[in-house]
Write a protein that binds this ligand. Sequence first.
Ligand SMILES: NC(=O)c1ccc[n+]([C@@H]2O[C@H](COP(=O)([O-])OP(=O)(O)OC[C@H]3O[C@@H](n4cnc5c(N)ncnc54)[C@H](OP(=O)(O)O)[C@@H]3O)[C@@H](O)[C@H]2O)c1
Length: 361
Amino acid sequence: MSNNSYCQAVFPNVLARSLWMWPFHCEFYFQRISSYFALVPLAGPNMAVRNVLVTGCSSGIGLALAVRLARDELKRFRVIATMRNLAKRQALEMQAGPVLEKTLEIKELDVTSEESIRHCVDSIPQRRVDVLVNNAGLGMIGPVESQSLTSMQHLFDANFFGLVRLVKEVFPDMKKRKQGHVVVMSSVLGLQGLLFNDIYSASKFAVEGFCESLALQALKFGVNISLIEPGPVITEFERKLYEEAANMDLSGLDKETLDIFQGFYMAYSKEVFTALGQSPEEVAEHTMKVITSDQPPFRYQTNSLYTPITTLKHADPSGNLPLNAFHQMIFQHDRLFKASLSLLKMLQWRKRRDMDYNKSP
Ligand SMILES: NC(=O)c1ccc[n+]([C@@H]2O[C@H](COP(=O)([O-])OP(=O)(O)OC[C@H]3O[C@@H](n4cnc5c(N)ncnc54)[C@H](OP(=O)(O)O)[C@@H]3O)[C@@H](O)[C@H]2O)c1
C-alpha cells in the first residue's frame, strides 16, 4: 500500500475513534478563538434607534430574538416582529409584555409572497429597515427517495427564495443609505452536510452561497451581511420534524435504508438534540452580539461543540477526511458515538446547572 492510500485508509479511522474526545477539547479552543475575535459592541449615547425587521416570530429563535432586542436595556431598537399567521401572535405578545406596541410591534409577513413582503415594508415609516433578520424557515429530514419534489420546492421557497425576496426588497434602500445589516439564520448544516438532511442542508448551502456572493457587493456600499450558524436548537422546529417523519410514506424504501433511518438516525437524532441542543434564548443572545457589534462577523457559530466538526472540512480540500470520519463514526464506531453523546449530555446538564446557580441571588 502506498503512503498516500495508507493515510487515506487509516487517518479517518483514527480520527473517528478520537472524535469522541472532542467535547473535552472544543470548549477550550472555542474560548480562545472567540476571545481573539471578541465582538466589539457598538457604543455611544447618541446612537440612533435602529429598525429591526425579524421574520418567523411566532415561535423559537425569531420570537426569542424579537423579545431580546425589544427589551434591550439601552433601548437601541424598534422591532418589527413579523409572522405569516397573526393568529399565532399570543406567545410573542405574552413574552413581550410591557414592551409590546412600544419597542415591539407585530406585523404579518409571509416570506413566500413578494406582495406580503412589500406590504409589510411599505407600512414602515420611510420603508426604513436598518437591520433585516431573515429567520423564518422550515426543516426536513428523511431518505430523499421518500420525499416529494413538491415538498422540497416548498422548503426551498421558504428557506432560500424567502431570503432572496426579502433582500430584493430592502437591499436597494440600504445601498442608497450606505448602511444596513442583513442577518441570516443559517445553520451548521449550511457548512457541513448530515445524514438524511440532504434537502434542508442543500437549502442552507444555497443561503450561504448567496450571502457569500452578495457580501462582496454589500461591503462596497457599507452594508454588512452576517450568517448565524446554530447547531441543534430546541424549538418547534424539532417537534415538527419528528411529526413529519412519523407521517412520511416509507413504503417504497429498501429494508437497509429503512433500518438506518428508523433504527439508527431517528434514535440518535433525538439524543443529539438533547446532548447538543441550545435554547432559542441562547441563540438570540449570540445574535444580539452580532447585531450590536461594531464590526459584525460574516460567519458566526453559536455552538462551540460544533466547531471541531466544521473545521474538519477545511483540513482536507478533497472532502474525503470529514466524509470518511463521519462514515466510520456513524457506521463503525457507533458505540463510541453513543458514549460521546452521553458525555455531552452530562456536560450540557452541568453547564445549565452552573448557569442556573449563577443566576440565583
Ligand atoms: N431549531 C434548530 O435546530 C435550528 C438549527 C439551526 C438553524 N435553524 C434555523 O433557525 C430558523 C428558525 O427556526 P426555529 O428553530 O426557531 O423553528 P420554529 O420554532 O419552527 O420557527 C420557524 C418560524 O418560521 C416561520 N415560517 C415558516 N415558513 C414561513 C413563511 N413562509 N413565512 C413566514 N414565516 C414562516 C414559522 O411560522 P409558523 O409558526 O407559521 O410555521 C416560525 O415562526 C430557521 O431558519 C431554521 O432553519 C434552526
